[in-house]
Design a protein around this ligand. Structure first.
Ligand SMILES: *Cc1c(COP(=O)(O)O)cnc(C)c1O
Length: 227
């Protein structure tokens, strides 16, 4: 078996193990393959193995890849920072956007979403480790932004995304996800069914704290040294 295939099965198995260990329902956590900087050949190979959801950070790179993969029914997720001048292309070429952090961007995505496409699924990126990143809104701003977004026709608000500060200790990995998960549950809004939590380094903690979608790059695409 080649490395990519091995990695794919290993990641799927890690997700299933975590679902069991955390008493989550089977298949309640979706795998988003983060293919930024990776060649289309690898995307096609994962597609062949059954993977349909791919995450990308860079618009121009994604558009180039999409042109080479037109035959595949891929669900493209935009997960990188968004500048206003990119919203039109994003609204046209993706089915999900995880990194919306202000009303202006949500409004433009809604206005620029073509009518022949279903509403664009979006997550709001919440910054729960302020010192690390400038992207993301604060938890205190979240309820107000959710209310404002309700009036936008062509986007469908699905949940939240977070990239906490990297931690190696399990409990420290859990804490920010737990806080955000509880805050969203407290809003009692059943439309918010997506928690885009977890990357290669903190997949298990994210799943323990309610992740419904893990965004995995390194564990899938990089060669690892196996003892
Ligand atoms: C690159 C990236 C990932 C994947 O991270 P890995 O640690 O390689 O699994 C996930 N989310 C976002 C927003 C990213 O930019």
């Amino acid at each position: 078996m080649n490395t990519l295939k091995q990695n794919f099965y290993a990641v799927q198995s890690q997700i299933h193990q975590a679902e069991i260990a955390c008493e989550r329902n089977k298949n309640s956590v979706k795998l988003l393959a983060v293919s930024k900087t990776k060649p289309v050949k690898m995307i096609a190979e994962l597609y062949e193995l059954g993977q349909r959801d791919f995450g990308e950070n860079y618009l121009q790179e994604t558009l180039a890849k999409q042109q080479q993969l037109t035959d595949l029914k891929i669900n493209w997720h935009f997960i990188g920072p968004i500048q206003s001048n990119k919203t039109k292309a994003i609204a046209n070429h993706f089915s999900w956007v995880h990194s919306v952090d202000r009303f202006k961007i949500a409004k433009r995505l809604s206005e620029q979403r073509p009518c022949h496409l279903p509403p664009l699924n979006i997550c709001l990126q919440v910054n729960i480790s302020h010192e690390i990143s400038k992207s993301g809104l604060s938890l205190t701003e979240l309820p107000e932004l959710i209310e404002k977004i309700k009036g936008l026709d062509n986007i469908c608000l699905r949940g939240v995304m977070a990239i906490p500060a990297p931690e190696t200790i399990y409990e420290l990995q859990c804490a920010p996800y737990r806080k955000l998960h509880q805050a969203v549950i407290a809003l009692k809004n059943s439309e918010l069914d997506t928690f885009s939590f977890g990357m290669t380094g903190d997949l298990k903690a994210a799943i323990a704290e309610g992740s419904t979608l893990v965004r995995i790059g390194t564990a899938l695409f990089e060669k690892r040294i196996r003892n």
